[in-house]
Design a protein around this ligand. Structure first.
Ligand SMILES: Cc1ncc(COP(=O)(O)O)c(C=O)c1O
Length: 303
């Protein structure tokens, strides 16, 4: 036994011997027992986790991308499910033996639908950057690839000649994205050149008004008319104001674009019904942020 695991196992037995049975807190016990187990293999890691807990409890963290989730969520995320492989959708997997994961995904998806009042929710334990990629690919697929395949009289890409497939790939890879510029508060994944999104799309950006620091919807409309994007993207890393989603959707409709919202930073306000920007208007809201929960990522809704 190393010093950390000795300290943790002593803490567990002290806790159990000094706490009346009816007062034993299962969550605390699970937490400390997990750390004790980690410490037998990687004491430094267990120690760092304890230090992190102390750091989080002693200091005010103002990192916009961080959240604090419940102990129940932490425990649901850190268990044997990490071993699981479940490609596909609940009920439509590429492998057998996914019944339990199906149940988990369905449960999470139902919770998300209720919380955000939407018809569809696709729930995966990934990060916000991945969620945006998934939403982008879903739109590219629906709006570009599927119609292109239909024109060629098939739904099966594998049935195409190399030449036809190459034509489709060029079409898919040459669509325009219009999102907020990184330096105005937009996110890397919204078409910034250092991110894969700028390689996927011919990406264009709008800025906030230099005087007011606010979105200028008339200017965005004019730019959208010029760019004619496939996707008009709203939702930002640093824009502490409400977004007029109704207006953005109108702009998207005028230019034939799909309106997508990355509500990473205000999903909690939407769930709490405080956000007044009317998120019923996006065709593809993707709630990316929020480590607060197993409900961790992309949510799509069709308008
Ligand atoms: C608006 C926005 N979208 C997406 C992301 C990416 O989220 P993640 O860090 O979970 O990949 C961020 C990160 O802060 C963000 O601010």
């Amino acid at each position: 036994m190393n010093a950390t695991s000795t300290m943790l196992s002593t803490a567990i037995s002290d806790y159990l011997t000094t706490t009346p049975q009816e007062q034993v807190h299962a969550g605390f016990l699970a937490y400390i027992a997990t750390l004790s187990e980690v410490s037998t293999v990687a004491p430094g890691m267990a120690k760092a986790i304890v230090q992190e807990l102390d750091d989080q409890r002693s200091n005010l963290k103002l990192i916009a991308s961080e959240n604090y989730c419940s102990l129940a969520t932490q425990l649901a995320m850190g268990n044997l499910l990490t071993d699981k492989y479940a490609e596909g959708y609940a009920g439509h997997r590429f492998y057998a033996g996914c019944d339990n994961v199906d149940e988990i995904e369905r449960y999470g998806s139902e919770q998300a639908k209720q919380l955000f009042g939407c018809a569809h929710a696709y729930l995966q334990p990934h990060s916000g950057a991945d969620a945006n990629l998934i939403a982008f690919w879903a739109i590219l697929n629906e709006r570009v690839q599927v119609p292109a395949l239909e024109e060629l009289g098939t739904a099966n890409p594998a049935a195409l000649s190399d030449e036809d497939w190459s034509t489709i790939r060029h079409k898919v890879g040459n669509q325009r994205l219009l999102g907020m510029d990184y330096y105005s508060g937009g996110h890397l994944t919204h078409g910034y050149r250092h991110n894969v999104s700028a390689q996927m799309f011919d990406s264009h950006t709008y800025s906030v008004n230099k005087e007011t620091g606010l979105l200028d919807y008339d200017a965005i409309e004019q730019q959208a008319q010029e760019v004619k994007p496939l996707i008009l993207l709203a939702g930002y890393s640093s824009y502490p104001r409400s977004i007029d989603c109704r207006r953005m959707r109108e702009i998207a409709d005028k230019v034939g674009a799909v309106f997508m919202v990355d509500m990473a930073h205000f999903a909690g306000l939407v769930a709490g019904k405080i956000f007044k920007g009317d998120v019923n208007h996006p065709q593809d809201p993707s709630r990316t942020q929020g480590r607060a929960g197993a409900m961790h990522r992309g949510i799509r809704r069709r308008g």
